[in-house]
Ligand binder design. Structure first.
Ligand code: BGC
Length: 452
């Protein structure tokens, strides 16, 4: 089990290799076959909210190119993580099931299994039904019951074939950007909305976990969180600003999950929303914790910022991705080990890691050597963390395809497959072939061989 800068990357036997996507970022067909509007449809159609006014109306047109995408997935990985669009299944959020939406996910799930690929389903990747937002959305405590109903619906429909579940994707990204500072859907701002949405999502995770395990003890149920190591910014950072930014992105989710409490730095904001008995509901021993990491962050004081902080400048020494995110792989190792030190031994799966580059097609090829370099370095740190005692059982790249990067529109390419947004033609990048080979070197395409 060794790794160096050029040799093969070999992980322990049984390590899970995967790739991830999310419904609104790839599916398109936003108003087709009975799908209802989500907060992202409404937000992206509101002038001025996204880059160039871009929406996920068509995205990668995955909804209509399913067979082709299934083949791309099967050529790459034995595990595929995707999310279900809540409003494709329940257009109003609760109530009547939309059979055409169910049919689509059945085709996807069955198509994966037929190709020897194991499905990992994210129940919720930020696309809350607009009908529920109109009733208060995540700021209302009723959201926990709405989510329970949705989770139960998915379990009944798909858990005969889907055994791996991720409850909510990165709650902190949605609560900070969407409820705290308003740059993501649904565009709310302020500490109260931030805290309410955060607390209710945390409760929803605990509740859906218990519900899923009561439904079928054999299911593998976790939830995915940001893990973003925070350091003091060079322009006005100090330990206090670090504690607050760390709370907003990391600790306001991990602390309640592992201990039932919120960290000191922002605790007061949660008080109005906490009811008796919540600590036990928050504190949940998930089957695995999904870890999502892209880069570190640097905190600074900002009296106009949420809780008096903001993102600041890091050191110039780090190389940056094309969209300016610092590349600091050892910081990922540090953050993983810090999780173990804080919360004790627990099962982790890296459910997202990746890099945005301004990739270009030249003579029918996308030569994304920098992406391969990024993955090599980050995988080396995951490998090192395992050697140091962290229980990490798998790794999913973000993302299978270039896709709709939320308020950044189509400008950021994270895919291992290039998508021409005019024609929707897909082209495997060099990183796709490199990752497929890495997976093969680890001998884990046997599942696919067995299915053949
Ligand atoms: C999200 C993805 C997003 C990616 C890159 C994560 O925050 O889960 O939806 O595309 O990071 O920003």
């Amino acid at each position: 089990m060794t790794i160096d800068s050029s040799g093969p990357i070999l992980f322990p036997q049984g390590f899970l290799w995967g790739a991830a996507t999310a419904a609104y970022q790839i599916e398109g067909a936003a108003a087709e076959d009975g799908r209802g509007p989500s907060i992202w449809d409404v937000f992206s159609h509101t002038p001025g909210k996204t880059r160039n006014g871009e929406t996920g109306d068509r995205a990668c047109d995955h909804y209509h190119r399913l067979e082709e995408d299934l083949d791309l997935i099967a050529g790459l990985v034995p595990h595929y993580r995707f999310s279900v669009s809540w409003t494709r299944i329940l257009p109003d959020g609760t109530g009547v099931i939309n059979q055409k939406g169910v049919d689509f996910y059945n085709r996807l799930i069955d198509g994966l299994i037929a190709r020897g690929v194991t499905p990992w389903v994210t129940m919720y990747h930020w696309d809350l039904p607009q009908a529920l937002h109109d009733k208060g959305g995540w700021t209302s405590r009723e959201s926990v019951a709405w989510f329970d109903h949705y989770a139960q619906t998915l379990l009944k429909l798909f858990s005969d074939r889907v055994k791996n579940w991720i409850i909510i994707n990165e709650p902190s990204t949605q609560t900070f950007l969407g409820y705290g500072i308003g740059v993501h859907a649904p565009g709310l701002r302020g500490e109260a909305d931030y805290a309410a949405a955060t607390h209710h999502m945390n409760l929803a995770i605990g509740s859906a976990y218990r519900l899923a395990k009561a439904y079928d003890r054999g299911l593998n149920v976790g939830s995915s969180y940001v893990l973003m190591p925070v350091f003091a910014a060079e322009d006005g950072g100090d330990s206090g600003s670090v504690a607050i930014l760390d709370a907003l992105w990391n600790r306001n989710h991990y602390d309640p999950l592992f201990t039932g409490t919120y960290p000191e730095a922002t605790r007061a904001a949660f008080a109005p929303f906490i009811l008796e008995g919540d600590a036990e509901k928050l504190n949940t021993a998930l089957d695995f914790v999904g870890i999502q990491h892209y880069s570190p962050a640097y905190a600074r004081r900002d009296e106009n910022g949420l809780f008096g902080i903001n993102f600041g400048q890091g050191p110039d020494t780090f190389e940056k991705t094309d969209i300016g995110w610092p590349i600091d792989p050892p910081a990922f190792h540090g953050a993983l080990m810090d999780q173990v030190a804080r919360y004790g031994d627990h099962r982790m799966i890296i459910t997202e890691n990746g890099i945005a580059l301004f990739d270009r097609m030249e003579a029918g090829k996308v030569n994304d050597t920098r992406r391969i370099g990024y993955y090599r370095q980050y995988l080396a740190q995951v490998h090192r963390a395992i050697a140091d005692g962290a229980r990490i059982d798998g790794y999913f790249v973000w993302s299978l395809l270039d896709n709709y990067e939320w308020s950044e529109g189509y400008s950021m390419r994270f895919g291992l497959v290039y998508v021409d947004y005019e024609t929707c033609i897909r082209t495997a990048k060099d990183s796709y072939r490199w990752y497929a080979q890495t997976v093969r070197n680890n001998g884990l395409t046997q599942t696919q061989k067995d299915a053949a």
